[in-house]
Design a protein around this ligand. Structure first.
Ligand SMILES: NC(=O)c1ccc[n+]([C@@H]2O[C@H](COP(=O)([O-])OP(=O)(O)OC[C@H]3O[C@@H](n4cnc5c(N)ncnc54)[C@H](O)[C@@H]3O)[C@@H](O)[C@H]2O)c1
Ligand SMILES: [Zn+2]
Length: 375
């Protein structure tokens, strides 16, 4: 892991799901090959690219050109940017546009964008004609390491995020790390929280490597491809073993119970991005584990120090505009996670790289912990 990294051939990661197996291809400058790769996968297929306004401005022309130069027909459907696009209204627009573009069972939907576009376009693909195949072309760091892999798709309900959806695996994921060069640094950093998550939940050596190499991941050197490949391999392995989240896949929620509560408290606004909330949530998960005597306080401090060095929030006091009081926070936690007779399920840790699913955590204990943190 310490040998100098050199930029080479694209890395291919297999997601071993039997008849639904697919590849994630990772490399800098892959956009130019999209047409050839799509044609090789599905000769004669037409495509409809779903993207958002911002991504369209930066990257749609290159993607369309690559498809067309390989002789692949490409229609495009551009939705507004932001979480608001994961709505019934935009879902309807996308489905109708896919049908209008005459995309049929042997054709492909291409999701070009961050997690919002991936979730929305993937869900539309799952529904139109009872299921169209789709290709993920993730354009945010979060999407390249997390949302484009694993087949969770969906939109939001007025009752909560991602409550309307389907498992629908893509047939190919193409992660061109150069597309991240146009991503605002704050968005990149938020995605980096999910990168660090893979180290913290199951790979201590990767976490150590990140402590040494994170600057190069941000700068776009070969460390970026390496980090994304490590994360995709980790997620691919977890998804292959537990596609529907009946066990191990829940580990990917490290930091997410606290994180979702904080995100909801900030109204899913620009005040706190998802990855920022997850960074804070992971620190809280480590500190809560330390409070229970599961992990050494020094390990919790080390996890927090790395996230803080990368510029992520690690204390409740870091949230602009503050966080709500203990009652409101506990209500939000109860909404996110099913409370069973006053107990909660959390992802806790026994060390860096050693997360586990902890059932039957007493809500009163969580409350006492958070009350201390809020002081
Ligand atoms: N399906 C899953 O397994 C899964 C996992 C994690 C998160 N998610 C979902 O992902 C969503 C968040 O995804 P996200 O963080 O990628 O947000 P996003 O898709 O909203 O993208 C963030 C912002 O960056 C812009 N952008 C995207 N790519 C860009 C680029 N290359 N250059 C410049 N700007 C660019 C977008 O227009 C947007 O404004 C949430 O809805 C979440 O629920 C899904
Ligand atoms: Zn997340």
């Amino acid at each position: 892991m310490t040998a100098p990294l050199r930029r080479g051939e694209p890395v291919a990661v297999d997601v071993a799901l039997g008849a639904r197996a697919y590849q994630i291809v990772i490399g800098r400058g892959l956009t130019g090959q999209i047409g050839d790769r799509v044609r090789a996968l599905r000769p004669g297929a037409r495509t409809a690219i779903v993207t958002d306004e911002t991504v369209a401005r930066h990257h749609l022309p290159a993607v369309e050109a690559a498809l067309r130069s390989a002789g692949v027909e490409a229609a495009h459907i551009v939705v507004p940017e932001g979480e608001g696009a994961k709505s019934y209204a935009t879902f309807e627009t996308v489905c109708e546009a896919i049908i209008a573009a005459r995309i049929e069972r042997r054709d492909l939907v291409v999701a070009l964008g961050g997690g919002v576009v991936g979730d929305l376009a993937g869900f539309a693909a799952a529904c139109v004609r009872r299921g169209l195949d789709f290709v993920q072309v993730p354009t945010t760091l979060l999407a390249q390491v997390d949302s484009s892999v694993g087949g969770k798709t969906g939109i939001n309900s007025r009752h909560g995020k991602n409550l309307i959806g389907a498992f629908h695996q893509p047939v190919l994921v193409i992660a061109d790390t150069a597309l991240l060069d146009t991503l605002p640094v704050r968005q990149f950093r938020a995605g980096y929280a999910e990168v660090a998550k893979y180290g913290l939940l199951g790979d201590a050596a990767f976490f150590t490597w990140l402590e040494e190499n994170w600057r190069d991941v941000f700068a776009g050197g070969p460390a970026r491809e390496h980090a994304i490949a490590v994360c995709c391999r980790a997620k691919a392995g977890i998804v292959a073993r537990d596609e529907r989240e009946s066990g191990e896949r829940a580990l990917l929620n490290l930091g997410h119970t606290f994180g979702h509560a904080l995100e909801a408290a900030a109204g899913y606004s620009d005040r706190l991005l998802h990855g920022e909330a997850v960074a804070l949530g992971m620190v809280l998960a480590f500190e809560f584990s330390a409070r229970r005597g599961l992990v050494d306080g020094a390990q919790a401090a080390r996890a927090a120090a790395h996230l803080a060095a990368a510029g992520l929030p690690t204390r409740l006091g870091d949230v602009p505009g503050g966080v709500p009081g203990i009652d409101a926070l506990m209500d939000l936690i109860a909404q996110d996670k099913k409370v069973k007779r006053g107990t909660l399920t959390f992802i806790l840790v026994r060390g860096i790289g050693q997360a586990f699913v902890a059932n039957a955590i007493d809500a009163a204990e969580v409350r006492a912990f958070l009350a201390e943190k809020l002081k």
